[in-house]
Ligand binder design. Sequence first.
Ligand SMILES: Nc1nc2c(ncn2[C@@H]2O[C@H](COP(=O)(O)OP(=O)(O)OP(=O)(O)O)[C@@H](O)[C@H]2O)c(=O)[nH]1
Ligand SMILES: [Mg+2]
Length: 463
Amino acid sequence: MPKLELDDTIAAIATPVGEGGIAVIRVSGPGAFEAVEPFFASHEHEKLRDTPTHTIRWGKFMDPTGLPVDQVLISCFRAPRSYTGQDVIEISCHGGFAVTRRILGFLLGKSVRHAEPGEFTRRAFLNGKLDLTQAEAVLDLIHAKSNRSLDIAIRQLSGSLSRTLKELKDSLMRLLAHMEAYLDFPEEDLEAEGKASLQGQFENVREKIRSLIASFERNQLIREGLLVTLVGKPNVGKSSLFNALLERDRALVSDLPHTTRDHLEEALEIRGFYVRLRDTAGLTSEPKHPLDKMGMDRTLDTLKESHVVLYVMDGSVPFEEADRHIFHLIPKGKKVIALVNKSDLDFRARPKEIESFLGERPPIRLSAKTREGFKELEEEIANYLEQGTCETGEQITKLRHKKALEAAFEALCRAERSFQMKMSFEFVTPDLRAALEAMKELTGEIYSEDLLDVIFSEFCIGK
Ligand SMILES: Nc1nc2c(ncn2[C@@H]2O[C@H](COP(=O)(O)OP(=O)(O)OP(=O)(O)O)[C@@H](O)[C@H]2O)c(=O)[nH]1
Ligand SMILES: [Mg+2]
């Protein structure tokens, strides 16, 4: 990406491409008002340059020959009270492919250029409207696929992570200031009380950083979705359960074994969590057809990746040795929820036999046909996610955050070790400073153009 300036004016369509009720074209920069003025005929014959900030004007967007292009609403925001911190105009026009292109086309020219992806938010960051973690939260908010990820993104955008990081930075600065004070007055001997207090400060910051790092793993499941896979013998009703959970006929279902040959994946939301549900080819101890074998190999690969395995049995037929065999194909350590399907039919599997290998947790009896037992299943999945993810306290969402915090953590631990070894404070302060720098990189107080390019290139144009 070329080096981006702040003092030019940019424009882009901020809404998705296609047809819709309205679309918004956003213009930001010192020349925003002048750029739109020649094309706007206000209903009240008012000039845009006289329009106060945070007001909306109705009128027509005219082409250079004076012919109307569309009826529009123009929202005016004057610097610094705008999203980017600059003069901003948002043109709300009708949401059509041609109309938005035409309006944008007239605006772009000598004094206005097309915005790069994420450039509006990049300007907001450069103008101090957002710190870097908040700018990243804008992207998380747009990409959120469930209520839980949305909650985390909005909290981060509101600045709650920024406040926690600021507290950590302040604590590190206090620690550094104490150490430096003793450096300046080497004759002053540090008393036991002072040492204990410094040690307490080290521990406090260290543990807070550790807890933030740990929140990354938990959040990964919330963001990227829990992979939940249905496995079992052919014909036990995996595809029927898949369809019933999705509430639509996505997978083929038949009473012929091996109906499903390849796995299918669909997203759904369970109690606010983003879940990726997978249907798989039925497993047998001895596949007869080469295609069955290929399907089974795929199922075994899927099992390795899964976070939760829904192990399905058919309660309407006697339990077989094959059920036990399949159960043992599930890799150790996976969260397994055992399901006995077809509860609407007579129960012919003997519970004792099932329990003999499932262990202490009884299976959930359910029916793809009547949806009996679905609540219990959803609860079990949600409980698993809540245990794994919903600790109270602040959370981080990006690998970048994790890496910066790990760098801060390591530097802090080095400083703490030197302090405990009673080394001169000259050997402690450089590591403390390194920890502080890592924290500043996290919030964007220290940044490089390359870093901004990486972060904002993930954004869509117009954000
Ligand atoms: N009565 C009843 N029939 C069911 C239920 N679930 C599935 N079936 C029937 O069982 C048969 C097999 O269902 P599928 O969903 O195709 O089974 P599958 O496990 O996906 O089978 P494969 O794809 O071959 O591995 C079909 O005839 C379904 O209508 C249920 O809860 N109750
Ligand atoms: Mg199937």
